[in-house]
Design a protein around this ligand. Structure first.
Ligand code: OSB
Ligand code: MG
Length: 371
């Protein structure tokens, strides 16, 4: 059904994490997030911008996303007649980069379209291959190895199907060895967030001994090519995250044999339309994908759940229970997992949860209405 966006509201919210999250690029205690609400005929669609508070994961951060949305992306979408949400990404494609900013708006339009059709978002995007999605967790760098082992034990006991740990130079081979000593049988993987270069090739080869499911983004955030010789030297599959921003890049990386697995993040590729294309190109080449996380609040989390019902999302993603991140989430009910480490996909329209508007009001630090 066609729709015209009459109003776009941007909200900046602040939410402290229940536990800090540390990667090779730094530690996060509190998230600052931008929510996008698009309106048509009294119906609202919601999106969440998944960038960080600083330009350390990629070049985007909350302030850049706010300006891109307000000054460039929203004006291209406001008042335009769309035949479907699949057309939204093309309207902002002339904006170079800033995929997470544009992607938050694009995802909101998919949610709106789903709600107009009274359909669940997973159905609107063409998903529905599974009714429960397999869940893993991403565990940050801790102050000590015993603290990390304790965290892993808690998550394994909660039923999560695979454990991802963050690594960086000085916190890698020896740490993984200790994890493997305690947990020889778990599905384990490591995410370097671009912390190494090809000079570390022999060092990274030492990780092969620990039969990891994959090593995620070992080399630079904008590097595909150097992953080719690294993958050739490793037995462990490389999974690309940061450097895959489009289906074209996914196709190139697969063709070059730079990776064996791809992490798809809705924001990083600019929304559902491109995410589906990345999914399709990987599937066509027999490359499995899984859904990455960006410490999302409830809206982004719900969108990730919908995306994870596309058929080639066969590996457990970084989509886990709200309570691992937040004392109180912005949606109701909070996202919960089953004892088997899955999230049950609902049949409610749109992203499938209620917004906790009362809480949203409390944590909103800035708001602008564009029409
Ligand atoms: O590389 O996957 C990543 C968090 C922030 C930035 C980058 C990454 C991550 C995670 C956490 O690994 C995933 C999550 O639990 O949301
Ligand atoms: Mg990653």
């Amino acid at each position: 059904m066609s729709f015209q966006i009459e109003n776009i509201a941007l909200r900046r919210i602040r939410m402290p994490l229940v536990h800090f999250f540390e990667t090779s690029f730094g530690r996060t205690y509190e998230r600052i997030m931008i929510l996008v609400e698009v309106q048509c005929g009294g119906i609202s669609g919601w999106g969440e911008v998944t960038c960080g508070e600083n330009p350390f994961y990629n070049e985007e951060w909350s302030d850049s996303a706010w300006l891109i949305l307000r000054d460039f992306a929203a004006p291209r979408v406001l008042g335009f007649q769309f035949d479907s949400a699949a057309e939204v990404a093309a309207r902002t494609a002339h904006i170079r980069g800033h995929n997470m900013a544009s992607g938050g708006l694009e995802a909101a339009c998919w949610d709106l379209e789903a709600r107009i059709n009274n359909a669940p978002l997973w159905k609107q995007i063409g998903g529905g291959a599974r009714k429960e999605i397999p869940c893993g967790v991403s565990i940050g760098i801790q102050d000590t190895v015993p603290q990390l082992l304790k965290k892993i034990e808690t998550e394994v006991n909660d039923g999560y199907q695979r454990i991802k740990v963050k690594i960086k130079p000085g916190w890698d081979v020896d740490v993984i060895r200790e994890i493997r000593r305690e947990f020889p049988a778990i599905k384990l993987m490591a995410d370097a967030n671009s912390a190494y270069t090809l000079r570390d090739l022999e060092h990274l080869m030492r990780l092969d001994e620990f039969y990891l499911m994959m090593i995620e983004q070992p080399l630079a955030h904008d590097e595909i090519i150097d992953h080719v010789p690294l993958q050739a030297a490793l037995q462990t599959p490389i999974c690309l995250d940061e450097c895959i921003r489009s289906a074209h890049q996914a196709e190139q990386a697969i063709r070059m044999k730079a990776c064996g697995i791809i992490n798809i993040k809705l924001g990083r590729v600019g929304g559902f339309t491109e995410a589906k294309k990345v999914h399709d190109v990987a599937q066509a080449h027999g490359i499995p994908v899984w859904c990455g996380g960006m410490l999302e609040a409830g809206i982004g989390r719900a969108h990730n759940i919908a995306m994870s019902t596309l058929p080639n999302f066969v590996l457990p993603g970084d989509v886990s229970a709200s309570k691992r991140y937040w004392k109180r989430d912005i949606i109701r009910p909070a996202v919960e997992t089953t004892p088997n480490g899955t999230i049950v996909v609902g049949d409610e329209p749109g992203f499938g949860y209620e917004l906790d508007r009362e809480f949203l009001k409390q944590i909103t630090v800035e708001e602008v209405n564009l029409r």
